[in-house]
Design a protein around this ligand. Structure first.
Ligand SMILES: Nc1ncnc2c1ncn2[C@@H]1O[C@H](COP(=O)(O)OP(=O)(O)O)[C@@H](O)[C@H]1O
Ligand SMILES: [Mg+2]
Length: 273
């Protein structure tokens, strides 16, 4: 089921183009990663989707009743407890307080419900922010750089939580980050925002493969690829290629068998930057 379909979206701040011909679609339960450098337009795109920012041109079909968003830091009342903050947002979005009990364990905030939000760690604040987005919508949630400032274990547990929510409840997510390695592990769709344009990193033209050989050294492989004029990239101890068939054909001629795996987003991204 399609949750969002964006076609040929354009957006400008004054005379500055921020989004140029952006098209993509999301299905129910997708976790979409939105990667881009600072200033690429990630926050702008999220604000447009969540309806905060008017003025975009293009086709925009949203098939959910609501959108929840955590853009920048969550707005929390510091002297109120977590529970009181969540109740405030239940009232704001017209939701029954029962949603707090329903999700408090999934979101791992049960133990903190009575704590003032000024006393929360950053990781906990992000969870409460995610909870508020969930109160706004249990269908479609936008998280703008939710991993910023978290340590690796905090990032890991937040991403696992997002994955659980997507799998268990069919919630659709867009998560942005300027650090793509953060998103690699959970996203089933990956988009790069660069030069105002959005590219899917999952389609064939962008797919890349790490290749290995059990019986040849790295140097042998590289020499052979060079000898056959095959374009490849080096990243640390990996060789990365895009045209897997041509590579296999060339190496087979030399009697070399290779193993391969589809490169992760971090390997794909480094030469896009
Ligand atoms: N309110 C605004 N008015 C004018 N320009 C803006 C505004 N917000 C963002 N921009 C510009 O739009 C571009 C995209 O910004 P943004 O969406 O915040 O990028 P990102 O979230 O990827 O870092 C940047 O060049 C930024 O300076
Ligand atoms: Mg931003």
């Amino acid at each position: 089921m399609t949750v969002l379909e964006v076609k040929q979206l354009y957006f400008q701040f004054g005379r500055q183009t921020v989004l140029d011909n952006v098209s993509f679609s999301l299905d129910k339960g997708d976790i979409a990663g939105l990667i881009g450098n600072n200033g690429a337009g990630k926050t702008t795109l999220m604000k447009i989707i969540s309806g905060i920012l008017p003025g975009a041109v293009g086709t925009f079909d949203l098939h959910t009743d609501s959108v929840g968003a955590l853009i920048e830091a969550p707005a929390l009342y510091p002297y109120l407890s977590v529970k009181e903050n969540l109740k405030f947002y239940c009232n704001l979005y017209g939701k029954d307080y029962a949603i707090i009990d329903q999700f408090k364990n999934d979101l791992d905030v049960a133990e903190y419900l009575n704590r003032k939000t000024s006393k929360l760690s950053l990781g906990m604040r992000q969870r409460v922010g995610l909870f508020i987005a969930l109160i706004a919508s249990s269908e479609f949630i936008l998280l703008d750089e939710p991993t910023n400032g978290l340590d690796p274990s905090g990032i890991d547990s937040l991403l696992k939580l997002i994955k659980k929510l997507a799998n268990q409840y069919g919630i659709t997510f867009i998560i942005s980050s300027h650090i793509l390695a953060n998103l690699d592990q959970v996203c089933n769709k990956n988009f790069l925002l660069r030069n105002h344009q959005l590219t899917s990193l999952d389609d064939g033209a962008h797919a890349k493969y790490k290749i290995y050989s059990e019986d040849r050294s790295l140097k042998d492989l590289i020499d052979t690829l060079k000898h056959h004029d095959i374009v490849f990239e080096r990243k640390n101890h990996d060789i990365i290629v895009s045209d897997l068939q041509a590579v296999q054909a060339a190496l087979n001629k030399e009697g070399i068998t290779i193993q391969y795996e589809k490169a992760g987003l971090s390997e794909v991204f480094f030469d896009e930057n």
